[in-house]
Design a protein around this ligand. Sequence first.
Ligand code: 6CR
Length: 234
Amino acid sequence: MSTHIGANMGDYADTVLLPGDPLRAKYIAENFLTNAKQVNSVRNAFGYTGEYKGHRVSVQGSGMGIPSMSIYINELVKFFGVKTIIRVGSCGGMAPDVHLRDVLLASGSTTDSAVTANTFGPGIHYAPLANFELLDTAFHEAQKMGIKPKVGDIFAADRFYNDELDMKKLADYGVIGTEMESAGLYLLGAKLHFRALSVLTVSDLIFGEEKTTAEEREKTFNDMINISLATAIA
Ligand SMILES: Nc1nc(Cl)c2ncn([C@@H]3O[C@H](CO)[C@@H](O)[C@H]3O)c2n1
């Protein structure tokens, strides 16, 4: 076991779906995997391993924000040998053609996170990018399902409540959505040499009033889950 994950070597599959919400991890395990076994419950950061269409897949809750997620990613990769991590999460839509429940694929992730700034020091503004093979696969698996994901830059914010930020300017420069993890996932993918991708569902609209309920955010994002699982086993 590692510091924050009470599992044994071999308990996690090479590929892990990583929702922020541990209850979404439970939902995925119970509704999409067969022979699913809980492999972690430390701090209620539920983790499960099961099968999807004959392939071994795990799902692990990461918590909200890059600091929490980074703990789980470091341990999944360094202690449990995970090779591919697909974040399945919610985000706020920021582009005119992005609507509630749309699926977004983060090709890159602009951020205000201290984690990326502290990695390179002043003057370097690193570009966290998705693994292209996963991105390409997810896009085409989605199309096979009749879903056309929007692909673009996702702003990973250190804070959920950040009204000091000029989100309109970010949108004007092409940012299509905001959440709190993708930049850290991609930075760590590059550092620790695992494949990384964020597959997101729009749960809120930054410049609009519409929102999905907490229940919807937990249960109705099946398109994102189906795309991520198809990508995981491709
Ligand atoms: N900043 C931010 N803003 C909006 Cl509009 C969000 N919609 C969903 N999330 C995600 O959901 C959690 C916050 O509710 C975080 O894990 C974050 O990744 C959002 N995070």
